[in-house]
Design a protein around this ligand. Structure first.
Ligand SMILES: Cc1cc2nc3c(=O)[nH]c(=O)nc-3n(C[C@H](O)[C@H](O)[C@H](O)COP(=O)(O)O)c2cc1C
Length: 226
């Protein structure tokens, strides 16, 4: 029995984990996390989320399909622009800093080398036993994408409560045709992001650092308080 955790503790403990142990995660656990996360709010209670969870041979098949194409130098057109063109400051700097932390943790000096290594790690779900895909009807717009994000955060916090770790992965949206084919997605569904789920490999250097956050004064405006 795990000790009870407060929401604040779960938020504090959650971080993107990029190396996992071999310890499996049962279907029962994944079902329970998904069921509980479905309490996430959504505008008009649309619940505009569809999740595919893969384990075992199914997961291996999907990983091989993408890795094979990647190694042959193939590429697909992504579902959406992950970042806006000409990413402005301060977002550009934050993105660079997060990348630099990842490459430093792997002991890689050059950004291009780090990106290539990380890309491959992403497409094996960082060695996690479970790979999830968070999908949405392509007729939905930004409000429903936000709903899906709330589902994902609820899922990640519940995973922490269950002693598990996650890494959300929008990079999976860059292989829409291959992934849709493997999952048998109908045309109206698109992939927003993948997610790795499993037990954190606490000894791995890639999991050893924490990302920074801007101070409250940089993002919050409070008025009219006594
Ligand atoms: C929607 C979303 C997509 C993300 N996609 C990726 C990804 O494709 N690959 C990756 O390594 N990290 C990905 N991340 C993780 C972010 O880099 C990470 O959340 C951020 O740097 C803050 O670090 P933290 O999660 O450890 O607090 C994603 C995060 C979110 C919320």
């Amino acid at each position: 029995m795990l000790p009870t955790m407060t929401v604040s503790e779960a938020i504090e403990a959650r971080h993107s984990v990029r190396a996992f142990t071999d310890q499996p995660v049962s279907q029962l656990t994944v079902r329970s996390l998904l069921e509980k996360a479905s309490q996430a709010p959504s505008g008009g209670n649309l619940q505009p989320w569809v999740i595919h969870a893969l384990a075992g041979g199914q997961l291996e098949r999907l990983k091989s399909a993408v890795l094979g194409k990647l190694e042959r130098g193939e590429r697909e057109t992504g579902e959406y622009a992950i970042y806006p063109p000409g990413l402005p400051e301060p977002y550009r700097r934050r993105r660079r800093e997060a990348g630099a932390q990842r490459y430093a943790a792997l002991g890689i000096a050059r950004e291009e080398d780090g990106m290539a290594v990380l890309e491959r790690m992403n497409f094996v779900f960082f060695g996690a036993p479970i790979g999830l895909f968070f999908c949405i009807d392509r007729r939905m717009g930004p409000p429903q994408w936000a709903d899906l994000g709330m589902f994902m955060q609820s899922f990640m916090l519940l995973a922490v409560e269950a002693g598990l770790a996650t890494c959300p992965q929008e990079i999976w949206s860059t292989w829409p045709r291959t992934v849709a084919g493997e999952l048998g997605l109908p045309d109206e569904l698109m992939i927003f992001a993948g997610m790795s789920l499993g037990y954190e490999d606490k000894a791995s250097p890639i999991n050893s650092y924490r990302t920074m956050r801007a101070p409250l004064e940089n993002f919050a405006i409070l008025r009219g308080f006594d």
